[in-house]
Design a protein around this ligand. Structure first.
Ligand code: SF4
Ligand code: SF4
Length: 110
């Protein structure tokens, strides 16, 4: 008899992206990975509709499975990665308001 798995706890998680889009306007927030908490499991990557999450270059940490990072200027602020990480793995992604991000990281988001 087939097992009756209960997937209710997945209900707040979106669907993995089925195609890759691109940013059309400046987002209200961008996703920031807490690299100290990220296991590098890459569960979040297929959820990103603009494919802007990637592993940190291995030279940075010198470990076999590095954490991931977001290419911030491509992020559309959809939060799908943060929901997936929170619900399914390590809660290592925070959404930060774009204005605040620019100030803290001295970066420009178009
Ligand atoms: S799902 Fe979370 S822990 Fe896994 S790679 Fe993405 S940010 Fe890191
Ligand atoms: S919020 Fe996350 S999933 Fe959405 S575009 Fe940004 S990095 Fe990708």
């Amino acid at each position: 008899m087939a097992k009756n798995y209960n997937y209710d706890h997945y209900k707040s998680v979106g669907e993995p992206a089925t195609k890759v889009g691109f940013k059309k306007k400046r987002p209200k927030s961008v996703a920031v990975v807490d690299e100290d908490n990220c296991t590098g499991c890459q569960v979040c990557i297929p959820f990103c509709p603009v494919d802007c999450i990637e592993p940190v270059p291995s030279e940075k940490y010198g470990i076999p499975i590095p954490p991931v990072q977001v290419r911030h200027d491509e992020c559309i602020g959809c939060q799908l990665c943060a929901k997936a990480c929170t619900a399914l793995t390590w809660d290592a992604i925070r959404m930060i308001e774009t204005d605040e991000f620019e100030e803290v990281y001295e970066a420009e988001i178009s």
